[in-house]
Design a protein around this ligand. Sequence first.
Ligand code: ZN
Length: 97
Amino acid sequence: MEVCDKCGLPKDLCVCEEIVKELQRVKVSTTRRRFGKLMTVIQGINAKDIDLWTLSKELKTRCACGGTVKDGRIELQGDQTEKVKKVLREMGYTVEE
Ligand SMILES: [Zn+2]
């Protein structure tokens, strides 16, 4: 049986990951880039707690758009604000308004 190395509980009972997600204070905003391209910026996620690359991959799939991880923030192409907020909340993150 696999046991969580943080709380010592079996992996099925462990909620460490859920708690970590809840503790994030995620901010979603848009910014305009060169040539007027709109980007959605997701910040406030602690890269020590959450693998930003894995999360960005998930978000790119869910929003069907391109994106990248830069300076501890996830950037997605286009205005994905509403979609991203919904997806992040579904995943258990705390998203600020
Ligand atoms: Zn745990």
